[in-house]
Design a protein around this ligand. Structure first.
Ligand code: UDX
Length: 434
């Protein structure tokens, strides 16, 4: 099949490359000519494990191409995916749909024959109908069906999530569109990955409800963690015991410094706004948003506490700045709250992240960037583990302790065993919820 993907950002690029790997002919369209030139040469502008190899393979096969010319690419396609960004709109928390609507109008003008137009971007309930209206307005003769096909990719595991999904959600209203979508995803349904067909609004809602639920699950365990600290329980043991109940499940029960990233913060805010707009306040989600901010603030207090309330001129090494490992993404990372607060309190902050420096340098002024954890902790009064990159999971703790002025650790991802840390020479260890 011939597919056009509008928007070669994170979701568009991963989807385009993977569809092409399924054997479809894919053309990815982006308005940024530099990005298109890079992609044609096999250079991936983001950090995503496995993506560069898969891109190279499919470029070489000739099935995957890149262009800035929307008209031709769209006109020849049987399915046109909208995969442009939907950031939070300044001021009101709504999803900013201007890129989606602009893409819809361009697609409308480019269509001459029948195509399915598929929204992959995360859009609030009701948007797909508005997209269809914009398309029709741009081209009253256009022959198309609208499909909502939300994406559940996790950064750092996106290829695997696309190739081995828990489910594929397809919202359509016509049999014709359903057939096109079934054909597109045949390589997955043949391998018995479930494909769920719904209406447009349900598909849109599945995406928001799933992300809000996961954000709630994380926030729930973070709140339990705070109480664990006071009553002498260990949240790791608590989460393990809870997770064994099949109805609860063990995933997304890791207490930490609060969720971040490009999806959970934005999608919870957008769902809360939808609730307000329809006079059905999403009270749980609104509380989750608020509690997550408190969780992030609590990490600062924990550090202040470890340093006996005095941060001025103390040296703090922060390991990991991206919102999670295996990504260079700094969007809404807990580090963006914590590090400026430490710097603001007069601490000397040394930071280290395997991928975060390119984006992080502009976002975190006043810190010293280091190439390794061992360099970062030199002379420090405290080491903070903020993102659980693999290379921070197996540190030589004794070597770390020897380099520090005062060997103390705030392990905000609970990756170390407190006894092991103390045995290596650390005088104090604080995790989250233990
Ligand atoms: C998420 C969803 O998982 C994905 O389905 C959706 O399409 C996009 O949003 P992503 O943002 O890449 O993916 O990251 P994810 O791995 O879900 O983690 C989100 C945040 O929650 C991170 O900051 C992570 O550190 C945090 N988290 C996750 C926890 O604090 N504890 C957990 O148990 C799990």
């Amino acid at each position: 099949m011939r597919i056009a993907v509008v928007g070669a950002g994170y979701v568009g690029l991963v989807s385009g490359v993977c569809f092409s790997d399924f054997g479809h002919e894919v053309v990815c369209i982006d308005s940024d000519p530099d990005k298109i030139l890079q992609l044609r040469q096999g250079v991936v502008p983001i950090y995503e494990p496995g993506l560069e190899d898969l891109l190279a393979r499919n470029l070489a096969s000739g099935r995957l191409t890149f262009t800035t010319d929307m008209a031709q690419a769209v006109d020849e396609a049987e399915a046109v995916f909208i995969a442009v960004g939907t950031p939070t709109r300044r001021g009101d928390g709504h999803a900013d749909l201007s890129y989606v609507m602009a893409a819809a109008a361009d697609i409308g003008r480019a269509l001459t024959g029948y195509a399915v137009v598929v929204t992959k971007s995360t859009v609030p309930v009701g948007t797909n109908r508005k997209v269809a209206a914009v398309l029709r307005e741009a081209n009253p003769q256009a022959s198309f069906d609208m499909v909502s096909n939300p994406e559940f990719l996790r950064e750092g595991a996106a290829i695997d999530d696309f190739m081995r999904p828990d489910r594929v959600v397809i919202g359509t209203e016509t049999e014709r569109a359903r057939k096109v979508m079934a054909e597109l995803y045949r390589p997955l349904s043949l391998r018995e990955f479930p494909v769920v067909y719904t209406g447009l609004e349900s598909a849109e809602m599945i995406k928001y409800a799933s992300n809000a639920f996961l954000a709630t699950k994380i926030t729930f365990i973070n709140e339990i963690a705070a109480l664990c600290e006071r009553v002498g329980a260990d949240v790791k043991a608590v989460a393990k015991g809870m997770g064994m109940d099949g109805r609860i499940g063990s995933k997304f029960l890791h207490a930490g410094p609060g969720y971040g990233g490009s999806c959970f913060p934005k999608d919870t805010r957008a769902l809360a706004r939808s609730g307000q707009d329809h006079a059905v306040p999403m009270q749980i989600v609104e509380t989750v948003i608020k509690v997550n901010e408190e969780v992030k603030r609590r990490m600062f207090l924990k550090i202040e506490d470890l340093l006996d309330g005095r941060l001025r001129d103390r040296t703090i090494a922060v390991l990991g700045l991206t919102f999670k490992p295996n990504t260079d993404d700094m969007r809404e990372a807990p580090s963006l709250t914590l590090v400026p607060a430490l710097v603001g309190a007069g601490a000397k902050v040394r930071v280290c992240d395997p991928q975060g420096q390119r984006e992080g340098e502009a976002l975190l002024p006043g810190v010293k960037w280091c190439d390794s954890a061992y360099q970062a902790v030199q002379g420090a009064d405290l080491v903070v583990i903020l993102t659980e990159w693999n290379e921070f999971r197996a540190l030589d703790l004794a070597r770390l302790a020897k380099r520090m002025a005062v060997p103390q650790m705030a392990d905000l991802r609970n990756i170390y065993d407190p006894d092991e840390v103390r045995a290596a020479g650390f005088v104090r260890y604080a995790g989250v919820g233990r």
